[in-house]
Each structure stands twice: as structure tokens, then as C-alpha cells.
Design a protein around this ligand. Structure first.
Ligand code: MN
Length: 283
């Protein structure tokens, strides 16, 4: 018998000001550590008003963690200290492993007047925090789509319905699915029992687990123990991210864009930033 993961926590994404003045919604973050381990933060930066996002995220550092940028509309243009530059467009993903450190900028731009996406932060274990930085960038048309009866699943990472997501060899062994269900349709996805799992609803509503309330737009749903994630769409259907990953179980020392294990490691990172020795590997 399948052991269905129940919704154990529902969080309403809260208005947050980030970067150079971007108005976004934070589904979970610093206050929730370590309940979503290995995930640190999820930001929803869908925006209708350019003045809410055009200031973007000018040059800033990251160390000891990964950022995952998944776009549903518009694009994010980026550039970094390894000499890398490009853009992530609709349906595309950038999985950036900061490791020992990068400096980068991320600037949201509308396409046909629309812009929207999500950024997930994933922690790295102590033994990987100082690894060389790297990117996996996948265009929208390279992400497999699994269509079933009233269900459409884009497989960014992990496996669903026999399709393998193109993002691979990530430490947390993550699953990252973009799931769309027609009204009243039921979705099931087997998940390793050892994984932390959550959903983030961004259209319509769905009941997770065996039922109960159906969280709607801009709600994160943390799923409890079990080996199957289950969602049942409401009368208007639903679209949500389903994310799972292997917990790390280490102390978290987090200041701004740097996530380490100890306060001394944080002090070292900010000292190196001041002294200009933060970036260990250039392109
Ligand atoms: Mn960043």
C-alpha cells in the first residue's frame, strides 16, 4: 500500500523586497530553517508591473549553496565573475552551483509585457560548499513534457512517467516538476521516503495528500513522510511545482547570499569579499 504524503504545513508566500528593490513573494526562507532541508528559500517573482521588478538583482555574491531559476514567462538576463553571460527564457531553467563563490547579476525582463518565475535556493553539504562553481542551463524546449489524462508534467529534474529531467548530478538528488492538472484530476508521484518534499501552487488550487483544504495561488505546501506525493485539482484545475531533495542535516550559518556551516566561515566569506579574494575560480 502506498503511503501518501500528507500536507503538514501550508505557508502563504509573503511580500518581500529583494535585490535593488524587486517586489516579490517569499514562500519560505530563513525563518523556516531547517524544516525544508536541503531547501533554504523559494521566491516567486511573477510580476505584472515592470516597476516592481526592473531594478533586478545587480552584482552580488553567492557561496556554499545553489540557486535554481525557473522561468514561466519573460526572461532573466545574467552575467557573472566566470565571464558567463546569457538569459533564461520561458520554460527554461538555470541551476547554478555557487560552491566556493561567484559574483553575478540577474535582471528580469518582460517578453510581450509579461515576466514571471521562481528562484529556489538549495543548500550544499560541508564537503561540497567550496566546490568549483558551475551551471546547468536548459532551454524550455529541451525539458521533457509528460502528458496524461488531464495532466501535463514538465520534468526539469528527477524522473516522472518514464521521462528523465535534463538537470543531473546535483548533490541533493532533486526532483523538480512543473505540474498542470485539469479540474478534479488526480496526480501521483512516487517519492523516495528519505526525501524532503513540498509543492508550490501558482494557479488554481489543489488538495494535497488524502484531501482536506485546497491551497491556491502563492501557497507552499510541505509534505510529510511517505512514499507518494498526491494532489487532487480543484474545480479550476491547478498548476504547481513539486520539489523533493535529500536532506543534509548539518548546522546552517546563513547571512544574505552566503550559506555555510559556522559563523567563522561566514566571517571569512565577508572578509574575503572586502579584500577582493572571494572568487576562487574565474572562467
Ligand atoms: Mn543571485
Amino acid at each position: 500500500m502506498a503511503d501518501i504524503r500528507e500536507a503538514v504545513e501550508v505557508l502563504t508566500a509573503r511580500p518581500t523586497l529583494e535585490g535593488a528593490g524587486v517586489r516579490l513573494r517569499r514562500a519560505f526562507g530563513f525563518s523556516e530553517v531547517p524544516r525544508f532541508d536541503p531547501f533554504l528559500m523559494l521566491d516567486d517573482f511573477r510580476g505584472d508591473r515592470p516597476e516592481d521588478y526592473l531594478a533586478g538583482f545587480p552584482w552580488h555574491p553567492h557561496r556554499g549553496m545553489e540557486t535554481v531559476t525557473y522561468m514561466i514567462e519573460g526572461k532573466v538576463e545574467h552575467g557573472d565573475s566566470m565571464g558567463h553571460a546569457g538569459s533564461v527564457g520561458a520554460g527554461g531553467v538555470q541551476w547554478m552551483t555557487a560552491g566556493s563563490g561567484i559574483l553575478h547579476q540577474e535582471m528580469p525582463k518582460p517578453v510581450d509585457g509579461r515576466m514571471g518565475g521562481f528562484q529556489l535556493w538549495v543548500n550544499l553539504p560541508a564537503e561540497k560548499k567550496m566546490m568549483d562553481p558551475r551551471y546547468q542551463e536548459i532551454a524550455g524546449d529541451a525539458i521533457p513534457v509528460v502528458r496524461g489524462d488531464g495532466t501535463t508534467v514538465r520534468v526539469v529534474a528527477g524522473e516522472h512517467g518514464g521521462a528523465q529531467g535534463p538537470v543531473t548530478e546535483i548533490v541533493a538528488d532533486p526532483t523538480f516538476l512543473d505540474v498542470a492538472l485539469e479540474p478534479r484530476m488526480v496526480f501521483r508521484h512516487p517519492t523516495d521516503r528519505a526525501m524532503t518534499a513540498f509543492a508550490y501552487v501558482f494557479a488554481g488550487a489543489a488538495a494535497f495528500g488524502e484531501g482536506g483544504t485546497a491551497p491556491g495561488n502563492a501557497h507552499a505546501v510541505r509534505l510529510g513522510p511517505g512514499d507518494v506525493a498526491r494532489a487532487e485539482a480543484g474545480p479550476d484545475g491547478v498548476r504547481f511545482l513539486l520539489v523533493a531533495g535529500r536532506p543534509i542535516g548539518e548546522p546552517v550559518a546563513w547571512r544574505g547570499p552566503v550559506v555555510m556551516n559556522t559563523d567563522e566561515e561566514l566571517r571569512e566569506a565577508f572578509r574575503e569579499l572586502n579584500e577582493g579574494t572571494f572568487v576562487k575560480k574565474r572562467g
